[in-house]
Design a protein around this ligand. Sequence first.
Ligand code: TXA
Ligand code: MG
Length: 345
Amino acid sequence: MITEILRPNENVISKAVEILNNGGVVAIPTETVYGLAGDARNARAINKIFKVKGRPQDNPLIAHISDLEMLKKVTNNICADVLKLAKAFWPGPLTIILPKSDYICKETCAGLNSVGVRMPQNETTREIINRCGYPLAAPSANLSGKPSPTNANDVKEDLNGKIPLIIDDGECAAGVESTVLSMLDEKPIVLRPGIITANDIEKVLGKKVAIAKYITEDIKAGEKVLSPGMKYKHYSPKADITIVKGNLQDVANFVNKHLEKNTFVLCFDGEERYFKTKCVGYGAKGNAIEQAHNIFSALRTLDKLGAVKVFARCPEDNGVALAVYNRLIRSAGFKIVELGKTQAD
Ligand code: TXA
Ligand code: MG
């Protein structure tokens, strides 16, 4: 199959809608990462998405909607808090887990009786959903286990020849996937951190929002998880990553003593001179928005440079930075070296 990469325009939107109406899949831009979209009601389309990505069958997809009328179709249970969240954060990078109606096929939700819903910001994508008239199920448009794609070229790297169309609307603004928030119980709980933080959500709802513990901790064998996606090794480049936690000078001393062939450092911008090996920066220290924007492309760059071993500087683990920490710690398979007491540096 030839994969076309096209900038959005009227014709391209019509082409995408036609493919989707025929049960096909299309890579679409969103403000977080690129998605691989198909008709959320159509089991055949959904199976294609799972197959193209090599995605485990028990990991549910997010349904992308273009207006609140569509929300009413995918769930029969919209409480006042959900409307508050929709008003405050949609269109935007928040996925809300709600009880599922029968409108969406069971394959989209991997057999769960809940559904993740979000209204993306990208106007071309919303226009496509609007013209389709049904929600689009869309996981990130990478091969399962690889870093999520933040531009059309990343999608091409993973899916060239496997899908007919990639809509290229440039770099994604956020760079990490949406915040996933479960509203199934009385107490809202963040299942995946993103640019919208638990604190942002608390301000809107006026109540406490919990954060799932596996966001920062590995899941033990047999442990039940609320979000199946968290079970899998994720976001991994080919290189073996270790996070080194400590102040810059201590980290540099440690890394410089442990250099092997093709060892790289994933550092904060401007720190390159401290390390006696090649470095890839992922944003300024303390600038979580910038780090979120760059983290996945930095992981892909390490692959392209042939990194075998990578030592990574540790992001903060709160606020927006928690999203970066969560992606990095998973790409490192939870390997962290802690260098004594961390002093401010
Ligand atoms: O920003 C995003 O969310 C991107 C763009 C394309 O919208 N999509 C995305 O999809 O990241 P995906 O499939 O890569 O990640 C969806 C996450 C998975 O961890 C999945 O387990 C979780 O959301 N999820 C989806 N439906 C769920 C449900 N009903 N209950 C619990 N977790 C759910
Ligand atoms: Mg994904």
